[in-house]
Design a protein around this ligand. Structure first.
Ligand SMILES: [Fe+2]
Length: 214
């Protein structure tokens, strides 16, 4: 028997999907969002404590930004993204993906977000509003922890195929949205930006979405 005689097929199941959505010409909307978010931080200096590390300066707003008209344009973008996901995955057309909670995070230099998941929802997302160089990549971690227990040896100096990755990192880019399964552990690196003043801040809006009956 030779290798050619074997009918050899690799099938892949249980994939982990991350949607990447780029908004067209986001500069004006982002400028408005930045001033709205700083105004919100002025109103609520303390914010709330979640994956942010307030002792390092990371600020986390309350969770109802989607109810404010100041965020309506972004809410619309998330709604359209939700419609695309619904279509792409063949979800029930009697339901829509709706925002349950939406918040903002400002990470000044030195702050980060610890690894966490977002309970009680289906999909979660992040929209990057200001992301200077080295302001902190987001890292998603292999959800199949069994796969982390015993790693195969791979060819050195050769890029592993995506099927064999145990983490994936995205460098934030203003105007980009990522939507990922809410159960997928993720963390944000410390902001190491060397930009001046507020330009060094990493500013995002994040949200949780669930299916609701139309
Ligand atoms: Fe998160």
């Amino acid at each position: 028997m030779s290798p050619e005689d074997l009918k050899f097929v690799r099938r892949t199941y249980f994939p982990t999907m991350i949607f990447q959505i780029d908004l067209p010409d986001p500069q004006e909307m982002n400028a408005r969002l930045i001033s709205n978010i700083y105004a919100e931080r002025e109103r609520d200096r303390k914010g709330i404590s979640r994956s942010n590390l307030p002792q390092l300066g990371g600020w986390h707003s309350h969770n109802n930004l989607h109810k404010s008209k100041d965020f309506a344009e972004l809410v619309t973008a998330v709604k359209i993204a939700g419609e695309k996901i619904t279509e792409d995955l063949g979800y029930s057309t009697d339901h829509r993906l709706s925002i349950g909670t939406m918040w903002s995070i400002i990470n000044p230099p030195g702050s980060a977000n610890r690894a966490h998941v977002h309970p009680s929802c289906l999909w979660s997302g992040v929209y990057y509003i200001q992301a200077p160089e080295k302001s902190g990549d987001i890292e998603f971690i292999e959800p199949r922890t069994v796969h982390l227990m015993n790693q195969a040896k791979f060819q050195p100096n050769k890029k592993r195929s995506k099927e064999n990755w145990t983490k994936v990192r995205f460098t934030p880019r203003a105007g980009r949205m990522l939507i990922f399964p809410s159960w997928l552990y993720h963390a944000v690196d410390p902001n190491m930006s060397t930009a001046e003043g507020d330009d060094a801040n990493r500013i995002i809006v994040s949200f949780n979405i669930n299916q609701t009956k139309k």
